[in-house]
Design a protein. Structure first.
Length: 164
């Protein structure tokens, strides 16, 4: 059974592994691998090193996991950018659990939370190799607002305006 729930400290290692594997899934064995490994290292020593301090330190932020029968199979965070805007961060679904609606449920959870907090929009940044994730964001109503080249890939910025 799938449950989307707030992150607990006991989820920390599962989240770190999920993030690492999710990033490597699209980069391992490609020319992007070294750059992605550097990004993983920075992320694991930055906000993912202390999720409670970075995502649960203020009522306008949060971090959730998708728990499927006791296993962490997905994750997503939301951080306040300003009074009107929140940033969706660290979205990932385990490779063996993709295309089962987990990402969609995580997006619904984020949007519900953002409505409750009074945000008028959610933005995110992703990269061109994440084709399936980009397609899901677009189906969910995120609109491309910018793109820039970053070596062999491009960085995409998306925004979803929330109905009040």
């Amino acid at each position: 059974m799938l449950t989307i729930r707030t992150f607990k400290l006991t989820d920390a290692e599962d989240v770190r592994q999920l993030f690492t594997q999710g990033m490597l899934d699209f980069a391992q064995g490609t020319d992007l691998e070294n750059r992605v490994r550097s990004y993983i290292d920075r992320s694991l020593s930055d906000d993912l090193a202390d999720i409670p301090s970075n995502y649960q330190n203020h009522p306008s932020n949060n971090f959730w996991v998708a728990d499927l029968s006791g296993e962490v199979k997905g994750m997503v965070g939301i951080q306040k950018h300003n009074d009107d805007e929140a940033e969706l961060r660290r979205m990932s679904v385990a490779g063996d659990a993709r295309r089962q609606g987990i990402g969609w449920k995580l997006l619904e959870t984020v949007e519900d939370f953002c409505h409750e907090q009074g945000y008028s929009q959610i933005f995110l940044t992703t990269s061109s190799p994440l084709v399936a994730a980009i397609a899901m964001y677009q189906r969910y109503g995120f609109q491309l607002t910018g793109m820039e080249q970053y070596g062999q890939m491009s960085i995409h910025r998306y925004l979803k305006k929330l109905e009040r």
